[in-house]
Design a protein around this ligand. Structure first.
Ligand SMILES: *Cc1c(COP(=O)(O)O)cnc(C)c1O
Length: 227
């Protein structure tokens, strides 16, 4: 079995297909170690253009993530015309005045984090509605986005009342600390609220996240190289 060691993403090698195969193999190994199914791999293509994205599409990758609505709106319609089964995920902060654009463009939104945004999403609801994840400020960091853990029950209740289906929780653990306890805490919160989705794990820690039951990992640099 491959060791679930930390990736050195400065040293990511090979073409897009090779990188994709490596990340997928590591996800499968780590998930199996934890007794979980391998998570869905979202390739985070923010800042990269179509010329970097196409090789991954050609290698069979279909889930992609962006952190800005405008950047995604400029990049993805043309790529989606060529690859209609692409699934697009928004992983960055969403302003309420862009909620309608986001709902029209994305298949999933991972950054639902406050009452005003829940209200805005409810106003622009359409069918099909993107899959929604509530972002949790899992390390209680003042500079980070995400709903405070203490505010999570009220935000989920507001979404339910507004008729918005929430699939799961998303978080980015504090930089420089072992991510494992934060992933475990997010998994515990999701279980407590009966939410099946767990969007956690990036290039530096996707193995750990997969081992701890991530259903979605968001991987940029390990697939595309440094931004
Ligand atoms: C950029 C980004 C990622 C991917 O980060 P990498 O370290 O490049 O894998 C994942 N999640 C979010 C929310 C991001 O903004």
């Amino acid at each position: 079995m491959r060791k679930a060691s930390l990736p050195d993403y400065a040293a990511v090698e090979g073409d897009a297909a090779a990188r994709l195969a490596t990340v997928r193999a590591r996800l499968a190994d780590a998930a199996a170690l934890g007794g979980h199914a391998p998570p869905a791999l979202i390739a985070i293509s923010k800042t990269f253009g179509a010329e970097a994205i196409r090789p991954l599409l050609e290698a069979g990758q279909r889930r992609f993530g962006e952190n800005r609505v405008q950047e995604a709106a400029a990049k993805w319609p043309a790529l989606k015309a060529a690859f209609p089964d692409v699934e697009l995920h928004l992983v960055g902060q969403l302003q309420s005045n862009k909620a309608a654009d986001a709902v029209a463009l994305f298949d999933a939104i991972h950054s639902v984090d406050r009452p005003s945004l829940v209200a805005a999403l409810a106003r622009v609801r359409r069918e099909p509605m993107p899959t929604l994840f509530v972002q949790v400020n899992i390390g209680d960091e003042p500079q980070k986005g995400g709903c405070a853990i203490a505010d999570l029950p009220a935000l989920l209740a507001q979404a339910a009342q507004a008729g918005l289906a929430v699939t799961g929780l998303m978080a980015v653990p504090p930089a420089g600390l072992d991510p494992a306890p934060f992933f475990a805490l997010l998994a515990k919160l999701a279980r407590r609220h009966g939410l099946p989705g767990l969007s956690m794990g990036m290039s530096a820690d996707f193995d750990t996240a997969a081992m701890l039951g991530a259903t979605h990992v968001r991987v940029g640099s390990a697939l595309f190289g440094e931004r």
